[in-house]
Design a protein around this ligand. Structure first.
Ligand code: NAP
Length: 337
């Protein structure tokens, strides 16, 4: 049951949350500019501080209700998983409804930090009940692996979409995972297509960032680059992206996201925005001709020279003892009224 309507480019609003570096423009100005350029789908979450309220105010101010889709997420804190009830799920939905100032949430993407803690099927049953009551239009998942996606589908949850990391660096959604999603009409929504900006001209022929990276997105994706072998591997891919971009009169980031849009099962890329800086490039990505077979094959050949990110979708990130898991924040909901 795929999503009813979707742009190829979803505006990722995590970068407009508090605490996302120093270069964040006023969120309202950014949203106004993206709406004026015709973007109609925005990605949020209950744990992105201030973002649901920002989007709710923005949609109301422009009278865009019904025209704009907001995809939010329900992310229970790690500490709350073992005791999560249907009432907790209903309260989380009500809180998102109030912040977004709507009667029904377009899409709720459900996340579960620890798959060893039982309860995600019961929580999804509660979300299905919220849908039956008309408070949720579509149910999505985020960061579930192949086995759990199969289990959830077998359980009868009507999954419309699954949001996962996918990029030229991280190809863990390919293969059986994408096939399962496609077989059940589950749209894959890809985040990380430009790896926090690392897959852009800004880093071509440049040394690796020294010291603490400027924002959390970069922290995360620099760890992904290490899985490929490090900075030289990234530079090799950037050069190949640049060559494709030269031939198209485009740029590295646009080609990187366009590659992502050609991946099996991927219906849209969620590109993070924290300013209007890349707006014209995002318009180009949305409207331009997709990459040809030859362009995709060229990038595939370059990528094949380096190791894959190991494991299932989100397996590294779930390992709280590992370096990927250690940079996650597991309790962002508790602090939010
Ligand atoms: N489900 C999940 O667990 C999850 C996790 C992460 C993200 N997300 C979603 O996905 C969205 C994307 O987040 P992400 O962390 O994966 O970040 P991303 O989209 O890979 O990177 C965003 C950053 O890349 C740079 N950038 C974007 N477009 C560019 C372009 N055309 N040219 C050059 N640079 C460009 C910008 O950096 P500068 O501002 O520095 O220029 C921007 O802030 C989030 O907003 C959120 O909605 C979901």
């Amino acid at each position: 049951m795929p999503l009813p309507y979707l742009d190829r480019v979803v505006v990722g609003c995590w970068q407009l949350a508090e605490g996302h570096g120093t270069n964040v423009e006023d969120g309202r100005a950014v949203l106004d500019a993206y709406a004026a350029a015709g973007f109609r789908v925005f990605d949020a979450a209950d744990i992105y501080t201030g973002v649901e309220t920002l989007l709710g105010d923005f949609v109301a101010a422009h009278g865009l209700a019904g025209e704009v889709r907001v995809h939010t997420k329900l992310v229970p804190d790690l500490a709350a998983l073992s005791t999560l009830t249907a009432d907790d799920v209903a309260r989380a939905v009500d809180r998102s409804l109030a912040r977004l100032r709507v009667d029904a949430l377009d899409l709720v993407q459900f996340h579960w930090w620890d798959l060893a803690v039982p309860g995600y099927l019961a929580a999804l049953d509660a979300l299905v009940e919220q849908r039956r009551q008309g408070k949720v239009r579509e149910i999505g998942l985020t960061n579930f692996d192949h086995a759990r996606l199969a289990e959830i589908l077998d359980h009868g949850v009507p999954v419309a979409s699954l949001q996962a990391q996918a990029s030229l660096l991280d190809r863990r959604t390919r293969g059986a995972f994408a096939e399962l999603a496609a077989a059940h009409g589950v749209d894959l929504l890809a985040y990380g297509s430009v790896a926090g900006g690392l897959l852009s001209d800004a880093w071509l022929d440049r040394p690796a960032p020294a010291g603490t990276p400027e924002n959390r997105s970069l922290v995360k994706y620099l760890l992904v680059v290490e899985e490929l072998g490090g900075w030289d591997a990234l530079q090799a891919l950037l050069r190949e992206l640049r060559a494709v971009a030269d031939a198209r009169g485009s740029d590295v980031a646009t080609v990187a996201s366009a590659w992502c849009l050609r991946q099996p099962g991927v219906r849209a890329c969620i590109v993070g925005v924290r300013s209007r800086r890349h707006l014209t490039r995002h318009v180009e990505l949305r409207d331009a001709q997709e990459l040809s077979e030859a362009e995709v094959a060229r990038l595939e050949r370059a990528r094949a020279a380096f190791p894959e990110v190991p494991g299932e979708v989100y397996a590294l990130e779930r390992d709280r003892e590992g370096r990927h898991g250690r940079v996650m924040k597991y309790g962002l909901n508790e602090a939010r009224p």
